[in-house]
Design a protein around this ligand. Sequence first.
Ligand code: CMP
Length: 147
Amino acid sequence: MEKTFAYLKPNTIQRGLVGEIIRRIEEKGLKIVALKMLTISESMARDLYREHAGKDFYEPLLAFIQSGPVVAMVLEGENVVQRLRNLVGKTDPLEAAPGSIRGRFGVSIRKNLIHASDSIESSNRETNIFFEESEMNDYSLMNEGQF
Ligand code: CMP
């Protein structure tokens, strides 16, 4: 079954939006199979965003995501990568649809509240930075497939 990785950035915790955003993920019928709060280390940050190395926002992005705890998660389900990306909205909150998470709550592109993997390959790579296989929970939702 397809999985995707996401994490709520430090400003989501600071703004008290963790519950609201997880509620939207659950409301959409997406199944959370791993979830934890942690503080990202420098090596994790560099690994996570290595494709952006050298860009003008890279160092500020690394500093920002290490500035406080984050909430990391893995979701599982059919087409879950695309379903979560749609729910999260475009990278820049200015362009994100009003009903999306970034469109509703996001203020700036550098602090856009949540990261969601853009492909199955990225998801596998990013999940391995944050989680052990033993942290995945294998279970069914009573209403799975009925949304
Ligand atoms: P995220 O989904 O975490 O993936 C990379 C992050 O880099 C992105 O969200 C933004 O927070 C940030 N980012 C991407 N493009 C830009 C940009 N043009 N200017 C500033 N920050 C950016």
